[in-house]
Design a protein around this ligand. Structure first.
Ligand SMILES: O=C(O)CCC(=O)C(=O)O
Length: 246
């Protein structure tokens, strides 16, 4: 089953309602548009782009090290830059959740991506609430069940929005930001997680670099290869394929 949730319904007074993507025994995944307003999202994006402690990282793919296809930065909640504090407070109040770390991703263009993965549960309480705050360019997130027959969803993550992933969502669902041939500008995401601050910085890393796809037993980060190849996991979704052909 495939569901495209890119069109967020407008609420009664022009305010956009949250969109519940999943809310059952497999977890809760909800999209909240406009958690930051346009000015707040823009100012935070510009500040982070300039001042966050961005790193290029590498990962193992088979027997060689390759570049992670995005830049990353990580903060403990008690070490957040003051410019990020209001956003953290807003997201925590929205979801009634508390967080211990913020993991930032910088997607410089459509060639940057994050492969299919679920967040590591180690160091987190059972059924954790994870929040993804988006800034800058809109990118499409795809979600799929681990079990077959797969259910999939696709949703555009717009600047100022928050995606809640809670309950058992990391046990039953995987997510990805696929590469796109469309000309997209820079995007930043901030993943707030309730991960113990005792963890080392590398222990806070949820990138899929060392994980293997349970079905193919191949490393997830193969998904980071150039889109349009024959790997079904890297294939663009049908809508993107149609757009790429235009
Ligand atoms: O950029 C995003 O919205 C997703 C990031 C993500 O999946 C992660 O940091 O684990």
């Amino acid at each position: 089953m495939r569901n495209d949730l890119s069109a967020v319904q407008l609420g009664l007074f022009g305010l956009r309602d949250p969109v519940t993507i999943v809310d059952d025994e497999s977890g809760r995944i909800v999209y909240y548009p406009d958690v930051l307003d346009v000015a707040e999202a823009h100012a935070l994006f510009e500040w982070l782009l300039e001042h966050a402690a961005w790193n290029n990282e590498t990962m193992w793919m088979y027997d060689r090290m390759v570049d992670v296809p995005r830049m990353v930065a990580r903060y403990r909640i008690d070490e957040l830059p003051k410019e990020l504090e209001f956003a953290h407070a807003r997201v925590a109040a929205l979801l009634g959740a508390s967080f211990s770390s913020a993991g930032l991703n910088l997607y410089r263009s459509g060639r940057d991506s994050v492969a299919w993965h679920n967040d590591h549960l180690a160091g987190m309480p059972p059924r954790p609430t994870i929040a993804l705050l988006s800034l800058g360019a809109t990118r499409k997130m795809q979600l799929r069940t681990k079990r077959r027959p797969r259910t999939t969803h696709a949703i555009d993550l717009e600047a100022g929005s928050v995606l809640e992933m809670s309950g058992r969502s990391q046990e039953f669902w995987e997510h990805t930001i696929p590469k796109t041939p469309r000309p997209v500008s820079t995007r930043i995401s901030i993943a707030f997680r309730p991960r113990s601050i005792e963890g080392t910085h590398s222990g806070m890393d949820d990138s899929p670099k060392y994980e293997r796809d349970v079905e193919s037993d191949r490393p997830y980060e193969e998904d980071a290869s150039v889109p349009g190849d024959n790997d079904p996991k890297t294939a663009l979704d049908p809508e993107e394929e149609r757009e790429a052909e235009r």
